[in-house]
Design a protein around this ligand. Structure first.
Ligand code: AQP
Length: 372
């Protein structure tokens, strides 16, 4: 739905109305996305998020405002020490810049620099259903409990913290604060975007049509699986560092991890995600870095016709990842070292300045609508 159809100027004060007319009665796309500073970004984060964000900067013919955030308030929903969080925040920012996010074409900032994320979260939380939240999967997977677990489970009640349970409300606030029209999300985040739309309905039906309902920006990006357990997604929090390729790994480290990837005992190449998840994960990666010009099935058929074994497949995957990641590690190290991290802090401050302007605009509307 376009912002043009959502804001009712007659219900707003003169100042807010002037802003709405000047700025938001346009069909400009506003794209928001975020990444948690819970560790160095890996190949899954790169393919599922960061690389998409970078490509959005280059989309021809599109008129979009791109807003990307290192969502550090989300990172404290699970235990993390202050020293580690401080380091991860800067490293996440350096990773995004090194991978190609351009602060002149995108707004890049730390979530916690804009207090309105928390304020809007509270306002949304006052109308959010705990029943809906209890059915969501993220808190269950973070606590490593069965998806059938409910809030009535005694063990869960003592370990589940309110922050983790209400994480989707904060994520909704992140999106709605910038009046985002489109959100690029991975498969695992679709549920959260539906919840954000639910928050918009709850708010708008109570206070008037002021918030913008975001649309999922889907694309055929793939879910990258762990190199050690291909039934699980590649993740920053996996205990095994062999399970993931970091975007800052050296070519030698990438090669070692890919060559050590868990596949199966059959030494031939075929694409069969159900029966051969490890081999299929590698073929999907090869296809992705092949610019998608050959499907995993086509690559499997080609390798099979050459009688190539899994060693040849792994070598090709390793070479394609090393080529795609080339330069990122060097830029990352350079950015972190520049001015003792001062350059990164400067970029984040400038990004926060831009983000604050938008957040102020939305909060003026929200506060007035709520009566605050
Ligand atoms: N394995 C993956 N394949 C494809 N996309 C992925 N994403 C994460 N893992 C994969 C996408 O990366 C974006 C940012 O993720 P995040 O850091 O905010 O949270 P996450 O999904 O919880 O990532 P991790 O790596 O699994 O972190 P931890 O271990 O801390 O929970 C999202 O768009 C996500 O879809």
């Amino acid at each position: 739905m376009s912002p043009r159809t959502i804001i009712q100027p007659s219900r707003l004060s003169r100042g807010v109305r002037r802003w709405a007319q000047a700025r938001h009665f346009s069909d400009r796309r506003v794209i928001f996305s975020g990444i948690q500073p819970t560790g160095t970004p890996h190949l899954g984060n790169y393919i599922g998020a960061i690389h998409r964000w970078v490509r959005l900067q280059d989309e021809p013919g599109e008129v979009s405002d791109l807003i990307y955030s290192v969502v550090d308030l989300h990172a404290i929903t699970m235990p993390i020490s202050p020293e580690v969080l401080r380091r991860h925040r800067r490293e996440a920012m350096a990773s995004l810049l090194a991978a190609g996010i351009d602060p002149d074409r995108s707004t890049l900032f730390y979530q916690s620099a804009i207090p309105a994320h928390s304020e809007l979260m509270w306002i949304l939380a006052c109308r959010a259903s705990t029943g809906y939240l209890s059915r969501m999967t993220q808190w269950k997977s973070k606590l490593s409990v069965a998806s059938s677990t409910t809030l009535f489970d005694e063990d869960v009640r003592s370990s589940l913290k309110l922050g983790l349970f209400s994480y989707p409300v904060l994520q909704a606030a992140d999106i709605l604060l910038y009046r985002a029209t489109h959100v690029p999300v991975g498969d695992d985040q679709r549920q959260h975007l539906e919840f954000a739309r639910e928050c918009v309905s709850n708010f708008n039906s109570t206070y008037g049509k002021h918030l913008v309902s975001p649309t999922t920006l889907s694309s055929p990006e793939l879910r990258v699986m762990s190199l050690q357990n291909p039934a699980q997604k590649m993740s920053k929090s996996d205990k095994s560092h062999w399970s993931r390729i970091l975007i800052t790994d050296t070519p030698e480290e990438i090669n070692k991890k890919v060559m050590g990837a868990v596949t199966d005992s059959e030494n031939y190449v075929s694409y069969d995600p159900a029966a051969r998840p490890g081999v299929s994960n590698l073929l999907r990666l090869l296809s992705y870095f092949d610019s998608g010009s050959r499907t995993p099935e086509q690559l499997a058929a080609e390798l099979s016709s050459e009688n190539a074994g899994l060693g040849v497949l792994k070598q090709s995957v390793s070479e394609s990842i090393i080529a795609a990641m080339s330069g990122i590690r060097e830029r990352y190290l350079q950015l972190l070292a520049e001015d003792g991290g001062g350059f990164i802090d400067h970029v984040a401050r400038e990004g926060a300045r831009k983000a604050q302007l938008r957040a102020d605009e939305t909060m003026a509307i929200v506060r007035e609508a709520v009566g605050l």
